[in-house]
Design a protein around this ligand. Structure first.
Ligand code: HEM
Length: 359
């Protein structure tokens, strides 16, 4: 459930990306598909709406399906949550003359809420988050991330125990841990990581452009082949993204640090597996670094995912500035969460020291 909501925030169903072998920001993309209830449609001046970049893409029994530039969606959401009336908002400019008079004092949130709630109803109230185009690769990648981190933790813990007490069961634990870790990180890299990259390239091209912002030219053809299946395909140019949609450049360095660490950890797991199969001796205690490195890679994955989504909190719908004004965390709540997480970390360190290190 959590991963489906997070995937909805990455790429809500109905998002139309701004990249197709070239940026399409000038044509008003990215756009978001909305289901406007039939009772609201007569109030809208379709010609003005179209000149603002909206496209009428279809109809259902209860709604007209409209693709609206996300810069307009973002403004409507921000105006709604800052308490504006229709008359004070950008919606006023796309109303028919008669509707302007009757709607100008209506709270904008009432109209926007009706459109968003109707869109969720049409897409599926209980399934809308699972219909995010990035949900499937995301949940698979997250599941294998947890298997990868857990198996490297088992391997690291038993390696330390074996280094200290040379007991057979510890060596068996190490073997199970490292063989599973090797299988898992291989699937994580070659299958779920690949699918994750392809999904980001298609549905979050701005994030993909940030991930590849300063990628050396000689690697670009490999990246293009991995992302699009065509080594001649053009990778979206980061420096051509308007500031309004540009994720921070740090995403590039976070992503490549993660990928390089993941490849090195995978190779290390391969070497250790080989040494164990050949029953060769080596300094086992150093493998206690494995769980730390695996956790760092996983953390970097979340950093790419969350920082790479900026400037959006919900991609194409709500920006960080609006989310912050709606729901600012109280200092007390933030402090409580910080104390809670620090306490867990302290307990984890103490347990590792007492049961693993001191043994
Ligand atoms: C080596 C090849 C790998 C590739 C190509 C890869 C690719 C990616 C990409 C593109 C994202 C960003 C997803 C987004 O922004 O929506 C991501 C996220 C993530 N990665 Fe990886 N990854 C790899 C290995 C790993 C490994 C080894 C781990 C764990 C130890 C891992 C854990 C994560 C996590 C936890 C996330 C955030 C949650 C998610 O998006 O599912 N990744 N990865």
């Amino acid at each position: 459930m959590i991963m489906s909501v997070n995937s909805y925030m990455q790429a809500p169903p109905g998002i139309i990306p701004a990249y197709d072998n070239g940026w399409k920001f000038e044509e008003g993309y990215p756009k978001l598909t909305l289901f406007v209830p039939n009772e609201i449609v007569p109030a809208l001046n379709v010609e003005v709406l179209k000149s603002a970049g909206a496209e009428i893409i279809g109809k259902t029994k209860d709604s007209v399906i409209v693709a609206l530039p996300v810069s307009i969606v973002k403004q409507l959401i921000s105006d709604s949550f800052s308490g504006k009336t229709v008359g004070e908002s950008i919606l006023y400019s796309v109303l028919t003359e008669s509707a302007k008079e009757s709607l100008k004092d209506v709270p904008l949130l009432k109209v926007v809420d009706a459109i968003v709630a109707n869109t969720v109803k049409e897409v599926g109230v209980y399934t809308v988050t699972f219909k995010s185009p990035t949900y499937f690769p995301s949940i698979l990648h997250a599941i294998f991330a947890s298997i990868t981190v857990s198996s490297f933790t088992v391997a690291g813990g038993y390696a330390l125990a074996y280094a200290k007490r040379k007991e057979d069961h510890a060596k068996l634990g190490l073997k199970y841990g490292i063989y599973l870790a090797l299988i898992s990180i291989t699937i994580q890299g070659l299958v779920t990581g690949h699918e994750m990259g392809v999904a980001v390239a298609e549905w979050n091209p701005e994030k993909f452009a940030a991930m590849e912002a300063n990628t050396p030219t000689f690697i670009e053809k490999i990246v293009a082949f991995l992302a699009y299946g065509d080594s001649n395909a053009k990778i979206p140019e980061y420096y051509k993204i308007p500031d309004e949609f540009k994720p921070p450049l740090i995403v590039h360095y976070l992503y490549y640090t993660k990928i390089i660490l993941a490849i090195l950890l995978g190779l290390a797991a391969l070497i250790v597996s080989y040494m164990l199969i050949k029953n060769k001796d080596f300094p086992y205690a150093y493998l206690i670094a494995f769980p730390v490195i695996a956790q760092v890679i996983s953390f970097l994955g979340w950093a790419v995912r969350e920082i790479g989504r900026k400037p959006w909190t919900i991609y194409g719908i709500m920006d960080v500035a609006t989310a912050h004004t709606i729901n600012p965390p109280s200092a007390g709540a933030a402090a409580l969460i910080a104390v809670y997480l620090t306490a867990i970390l302290a307990a984890l360190i103490f347990a590792s020291y007492k049961f693993l290190w001191r043994g």
